[in-house]
Design a protein around this ligand. Structure first.
Ligand code: ATP
Length: 319
């Protein structure tokens, strides 16, 4: 393979740039050139493609977001869009493609692989919601952002002896809520894998109040309940002044942490190594902290497991 392409797709995540940098430089070290495709699969369809050389990815390893931009692309899910993308791959000499994104982006990569363009997926999303990997690029940065922000909320919750309900992202996965909830010493962590039980949360607050606690942090994964309404219900039931904060997209930004830069660099390297051998239709993942790869069909059929042990631990020590 002489020329490969790279694109970022789905939601942005800190560390995507570090992956792009690694892909470009690994490819250069193997004598391949890299084309950067802008705005996800849109760039393939619209022929929005630029050359990336080793210096064009200078000074991006530390930057959040994605220099290639990212977007959803409905047209790519149609045969017509797919054929246009294949045509532009041929026009640009792109023989293989690295797709950095989530499960949806991997489906696109699978479809393109089936039509003769070998693709490798790299998991890039803050939510850690991809079953085929224990870690996705951006997760560590997002969790650290949540911890930094909730620590600030805790200062004021403590001073005013309040309860603070904090809604975090997760896209159907409770990983951000669980890990950051443990790290901020949350009184209760509400995640989709366990489900939402209002009475349990009320009981936990009242029980810890009895133990002498004067302020409370409740971390809730997005999509499970209305955080503002939950705050109102908790205030009514416990008599403790309760405020809601929805952290929102602030969790997506910021400079990637060391972990995200390192994992992204390793995954980028592994993706190019596979393409250099002519291997496609694979996704990169992390298993037991080691880089692995799976067939995309197999990866898309995997079921995500939830870290029950950490959930129990967080619950046990939040007394
Ligand atoms: P995130 O988890 O951050 O949302 P994602 O990769 O899962 O990331 P999606 O919006 O699901 O995000 O998918 C990104 C893009 O991948 C879509 O806009 C579309 O272009 C492409 N895609 C998704 N599903 C398919 C599919 N079944 N076939 C072909 N392409 C797809």
């Amino acid at each position: 393979m002489k020329t490969i392409g790279v694109l970022t797709s789905g939601g942005d995540a800190p560390g995507m740039n570090a992956a792009v940098r690694s892909i470009v430089r690994t490819a250069a070290s193997m004598g391949m050139t890299v084309k950067g495709i802008k705005r996800g699969y849109n760039g393939l369809i619209e022929n929005n493609i630029v050359d990336l050389d080793i210096r064009s990815v200078s000074d991006i390893i530390q930057r959040g977001g994605t220099v290639l931009y990212t977007a959803r692309c409905l047209r790519f899910t149609t045969e017509e869009g797919m054929q246009e993308a294949i045509k532009n791959c041929k026009v640009n000499g792109i023989e293989g493609l690295v797709v950095i994104g989530g499960d949806g982006s991997f489906r696109g990569a699978r479809d393109l692989s089936l039509r003769g363009i070998p693709c490798i997926g790299i998991p890039g999303t803050i939510d850690n919601d991809i079953p085929s990997t224990e870690y996705t690029i951006g997760f560590d940065t997002a969790m650290n952002t949540v911890v930094e922000l909730v620590d600030k909320l805790r200062d004021t919750a403590c001073s005013h002896e309040r309860c603070s309900v904090v809604e975090v992202m997760g896209h159907g996965a409770g990983d951000i809520a669980l890990q950051s909830g443990l790290a901020v010493g949350a009184t209760a962590i509400i995640v989709p894998e366990i489900g939402f039980d209002l009475q349990n949360v009320i009981d936990k607050i009242l029980e810890t109040k009895k133990n002498g606690r004067n302020h409370f942090i409740i971390v809730v994964s997005e999509g499970l309940c209305d955080a503002t309404q939950l705050a109102r219900q908790l205030q009514e039931s416990t008599g403790i002044e309760t405020r809601a904060t929805i952290l929102g997209h602030i969790q997506r930004g910021g400079n990637p942490t060391l972990r995200d830069r390192v994992v992204a660099s390793k995954m980028g390297y592994a993706a190019v190594e596979l393409l250099s051998k002519g291997v496609g239709n694979r996704v990169i993942g992390l298993k037991d902290n080691k880089i692995v790869d799976y067939d995309i069909f197999e990866a898309l059929n995997m079921v995500k497991s939830f870290d029950q042990e950490t959930y129990r631990l967080a619950n046990t020590i939040s007394i």
